[in-house]
Every structure is written in structure tokens, then in C-alpha cells.
Design a protein around this ligand. Structure first.
Ligand code: HEM
Length: 336
């Protein structure tokens, strides 16, 4: 009788523990410990590759952060979020998101993701998803540029398809109105605080002339520049972004500390020196977002804390988990 009770007690203990471990490893919730047993070196591999890459090309930090954002935002409501779909090339029935209006000639960094993935496949074959690699690379890009760090929940799986139409319609455009941009954020469960904090990633990286030219010459169809653009700043920008041609010419998104992840982006906005229309309207287009811009401009620590929180939230957009999707061997193509 005693043995029977002890056995029952043991069962009662083991079953929930087993279930808990199962859900952490394969289940329904992302977890920072997801690869603790299957690939404990994953974070070291990612940061090692990035440290070498970013030491030779600082811009790559910005490009990788943007890759993660465009991967997460291509979906619609509860479908197709951070699932590595952006990394797929056009092969077989797949039409790559790399060809969308926001990605074509613009997103970059795929070869760095390939490099990390190749190293992971050597050390932990078939284990770490491309979607998780993107998420970790975004976090480490922040850290290596002087920005905040955070603990990344892991366990996303990779999609077996891509959505060019989703990428075209769900990613905000730089000339969208404040309302339109916020609507696209809300669609993914992100609010105005997330919008302002995440836009703060424009503290690093570059934009092509084509993404902001309209502001310099003809913002509203009357042949005049955007009135929310500081005049001497606009005059300077016109030198590298002419009225015609030079589409691919680059300007830094934060002209004060271009390669450093800090709160200068927000200080620029207060001076009407945001590069993109979508940057400047955070200050000029809405009272709540203006208040947040001022707060982050005054206190970098507050910005960093919110940025970390919002990045985790963005990384949670509709991940594939459990037996959905797959762990791609090569981030550019599905397994079979
Ligand atoms: C609020 C809506 C947003 C709009 C309209 C927007 C738009 C843009 C545009 C037009 C560019 C320049 C692209 C080019 O000309 O090739 C850019 C660059 C960039 N974006 Fe955004 N963005 C937004 C939000 C975000 C978010 C949420 C993140 C990350 C969390 C992000 C990260 C970046 C980075 C780091 C770059 C520089 C990339 C590089 O230098 O390669 N953006 N963005």
C-alpha cells in the first residue's frame, strides 16, 4: 500500500514536470532556454560572427535589425510573423519577399545570416531556426552598436512559404500618414509606445535618396519641401539627393551619431531633423507620440528599456511553434 502511494506521488510529480519540460522544449511558448540542451552555444556563435562582421562594416548592425523587423511585419493579424519567410529565395513555388516594394534594392545582410546558419549547422545540425537567428542577430546588433541588451525568447520555427503580397501591404511606407503607420503596428499587436520606441532604431543605418526625396522638393504636390524639415538640413540633403537621379545615394538616418545606438534620433526629431517623413511625424503628427519623443530625447535609459521591451514584443508576432513549419537547413530554401 505504502509503495503504491509513493508510486502515485512520484507520478503526480513527474507528469507535470515532464509536461512542463516538453512545452518549454517543443511546445507552445517561446523561452530563453529553448536551446539550453540542444544547442547551448547558439548565442556565442551568433555574436562571434556578428562581432567580426560589424567590426569591418558598422552598417551591417542596422541592416540586420531591419531584416528582423521586415520578417516579423510581413504577416497579417495572426498569420505569418517572425518566421524567417523573408530569407527565402524565389525557388519552386516560392515567390520571395525580397522582391517586395519595401525590400527590393533595400534590405541587406542575407549573407551574414547564411554564415551564422552554416556555423550552427556544423555544431548543432537541424536545431536552430532561421527565425531565431534573425531575432538574436537583431539583439546583438543593438548591443554591438552600443544599444541595450535583453533576454531573447527562442523556439520559433521556420515557414515553408513566403508572402510577397503580405510584405507589400503590411510594412509601413516612409510617406504613410501617422494614422496609417500606427494602424499597421496595431495590426501586429503593437501600440504607439512600441511605434515610437522601435522607430528609435533609426538611430543607426542609412536611407536611400528615393525614400525621402519627396520631402526635399515636393512634399504635397505644390513643388515645395516638407515644412517640418529644417531648412539647412534640407539644403545639405539636396547635395546628395538631387531632384532627379541618384536614387541609391545614401544618407545617414541619424546625422549626429550615425553608427552609435543612442537617443540622438529623438533629439534630432525635436530639431526637425528627422530624415524620413515617417520619423518626423512622430514629433509633428500626434500628441502622444510627441510626448514619447520628448521623453526618450531627455532620458536615454528610458528609451533603452522601452526599446528592449518593444523588440521582445515584436519578436513575439505570430511565431510558428510545436510541429508547425520546420527548421530549415539553409535559410534561403525550404527543406524539401
Ligand atoms: C515606423 C515605420 C517604419 C518606416 C516607415 C521605416 C522606413 C525605413 C526606410 C524607408 C528605410 C531606408 C530604406 C532604404 O532607403 O533603403 C529604413 C531603414 C532602416 N530601418 Fe526602418 N522603418 C520603420 C520602422 C522600423 C523599425 C520598427 C525598425 C527596427 C526595429 C527599423 C529599422 C531600420 C534600420 C536599422 C534601418 C537602416 C538599415 C540599413 O542601413 O541597412 N525601421 N526604414
Amino acid at each position: 500500500m505504502k509503495e503504491c502511494c509513493a508510486f502515485l506521488l512520484l507520478l503526480l510529480f513527474i507528469c507535470p514536470l515532464g509536461f512542463y519540460l516538453y512545452t518549454i522544449e517543443y511546445g507552445t511558448k517561446l523561452s530563453p532556454d529553448f536551446y539550453a540542451h540542444s544547442c547551448p552555444q547558439v548565442e556565442d556563435i551568433v555574436i562571434d560572427v556578428l562581432a567580426t562582421t560589424i567590426a569591418t562594416e558598422t552598417r551591417m548592425a542596422a541592416s540586420l535589425m531591419r531584416l528582423h523587423y521586415h520578417d516579423c511585419f510581413e504577416g497579417n493579424y495572426d498569420m505569418q510573423g517572425c518566421d524567417g519567410s523573408l530569407l527565402l529565395d524565389s525557388i519552386g513555388g516560392i515567390v520571395s519577399e525580397k522582391n517586395s516594394v519595401f525590400n527590393s534594392q533595400s534590405v541587406r545582410g542575407f549573407e551574414v545570416i547564411d554564415q551564422i546558419k552554416a556555423q550552427l549547422e556544423k555544431e548543432c545540425p537541424g536545431t536552430v531556426s532561421c527565425a531565431d537567428v534573425l531575432t538574436l542577430a537583431a539583439r546583438d546588433s543593438s548591443v554591438l552598436s552600443g544599444g541595450p541588451s535583453w533576454v531573447v525568447p527562442l523556439g520559433r520555427r521556420d515557414s515553408i512559404n513566403a508572402s510577397l503580397s503580405g510584405s507589400n501591404s503590411n510594412i509601413p511606407a516612409s510617406n504613410d500618414s501617422f494614422k496609417a503607420i500606427l494602424r499597421k503596428f496595431n495590426r501586429h499587436g503593437l501600440d504607439v509606445t512600441d511605434l515610437v520606441a522601435l522607430s528609435g532604431s533609426h538611430t543607426i543605418g542609412f536611407s536611400r535618396c528615393t525614400s525621402f526625396r519627396q520631402r526635399l522638393y515636393n512634399q504635397s504636390g505644390d513643388g515645395r519641401p516638407d515644412i517640418t524639415l529644417e531648412e539647412s538640413f534640407a539644403a545639405n540633403l539636396r547635395k546628395s539627393c538631387p531632384i532627379a537621379g541618384g536614387e541609391e545615394n545614401l544618407s545617414v538616418l541619424d546625422m549626429v551619431t550615425a553608427a552609435k545606438f543612442d537617443n540622438n534620433y529623438f533629439i534630432n526629431l525635436i530639431k526637425n531633423m528627422g530624415l524620413l517623413y515617417s520619423d518626423q511625424i512622430l514629433f509633428s503628427g500626434n500628441d502622444i507620440s510627441r510626448g514619447l519623443v520628448i521623453t526618450y530625447a531627455q532620458d536615454q535609459e528610458v528609451f533603452f528599456l522601452q526599446f528592449a521591451e518593444s523588440m521582445i514584443k515584436m519578436g513575439n508576432i505570430s511565431p510558428l511553434m510545436g510541429s508547425n513549419g520546420e527548421i530549415r537547413k539553409n535559410c534561403r530554401k525550404i527543406n524539401s
